[in-house]
Design a protein around this ligand. Structure first.
Ligand SMILES: [Zn+2]
Length: 353
């Protein structure tokens, strides 16, 4: 089980040699795959080793069935905490819904919270989290900010230096911007990009907490599944309590002034490729402008590309591909007017940087 509570079934096999390693386990992915394979206990199976770490079962050798075992049925309860598993619409996986009391989920959430792209807290790795959890010092992410050095030092496996590192890392993480805090919370289905969208759409945690389902789906790229998950997260009393403790600890719970002013939506939902050389701004400046106006800068031309910001001497391969796919080319002057028009509406200063 992962931090999101998704349950991944794994088959235990009689060990077999497969391109240089002994394979003992194979991923079964989800209930549909098990059903599709018509898998029974004791079956002879075909196993394939692809790019994944755990090999997968591709088929059952039904001719090899002599005595047929019980049909493999997906478990109904969480193997860790016993809660009845649930399935979300459109999702292949089964989940344990007991987010705040299922040990691997609690620990997984903390690991996600401290990870580099989230709060980036040095000194708090998976093992340390496990140690602190087992010693009753960490129950949820808010506890990270109220850890006391003497309590940490008392733990046998943790030195004085590590204890101070944890405190220092937690202190430093209070500067992490709001959009990353939203990501760090580990709300189901809210990845890095969605967290950014939510942060810029609602601007502070209070507004996000109070956002209704309708308000959420009105935001670009936020579908029903995400909206439901966000509403569910903020209607859980335990989460609300934890958030108020995080606020008290001094985390960034709103967009910085600078970001509030610089963020436009002129390019929201656009996937843009930059190619060629430019005279008014550098490529990096254009990249920043795309991001600040809600667009996404991508490296290669595909059917999903909205347009190409094309300078002089555009790459011939990109040009060919754009023509083939019918992707529009936009020169820098047109591009600047596209975002300027929006910026003037958004902020009276009309400042890009
Ligand atoms: Zn559970």
């Amino acid at each position: 089980m992962g931090r999101t509570g998704a349950v991944t079934p794994v088959a235990n096999l009689d060990p077999v040699q497969l391109s240089g390693t002994t394979v003992k386990r194979a991923s079964l992915h989800n209930a549909d795959i098990i059903e599709g394979l018509d898998l029974h206990i004791g079956d002879m199976v075909f196993v394939e080793k692809g790019g994944e770490i755990i090999p997968k079962i591709t088929a059952v050798d039904k001719d090899a069935r002599i005595l047929i075992g019980d049909k493999v049925r997906f478990i109904k309860n969480c193997p860790e905490c016993g809660a009845a598993l649930v399935r979300f619409e459109g999702e292949a996986a089964h989940y344990c819904p007991n987010e705040n009391a299922c040990p691997p989920q609690i620990k997984g959430k903390m690991e996600h919270f401290v990870s580099r792209k989230a709060m980036n807290i040095d000194g708090l790795g998976g093992e340390t989290i496990n140690l602190l959890y087992q010693n009753d010092l960490l129950h949820n992410i808010a506890d990270i900010y109220t850890l006391k050095v003497p309590d940490l030092i008392r733990l046998e496996r943790l030195g004085t230096k590590s204890a101070y590192n944890i405190k220092e890392g937690a202190e430093k993480s209070k500067e992490v911007p709001f959009e990353r805090v939203v990501f760090a919370l580990g709300i189901r289905f809210v990845g890095e990009t969605i967290a950014k969208k939510l942060a810029f759409a609602f601007k502070n945690i209070e507004a996000l907490e109070q956002a209704t389902f309708e308000e959420l789906i009105a935001v670009d790229e936020i579908g029903e599944r995400i909206a439901q998950s966000v509403v569910a997260y903020f209607s859980d009393a335990q989460n609300v309590n934890m958030l108020s403790r995080l606020k008290e600890s001094g985390l960034q719970m709103s967009l910085s002034e600078e970001k509030l002013q610089s963020h436009g939506t002129a390019l929201s939902g656009f996937s843009i490729v930059i190619s060629g050389t430019f005279s008014s701004h550098s490529r990096d400046e254009y990249k920043t402008m795309i991001e600040r106006n809600g667009g996404k800068n991508v490296g290669s031309v595909s059917a999903k590309t909205s347009f190409i910001l094309a300078g002089e001497n555009m790459g011939p391969e990109k040009l060919k591909k754009a023509e083939k796919l019918g992707v529009k080319l936009v020169d820098e002057k047109t591009f600047l007017s596209m975002i300027n028009a929006e910026m003037q509406e958004e902020s009276p200063e009309g400042l890009l940087f």
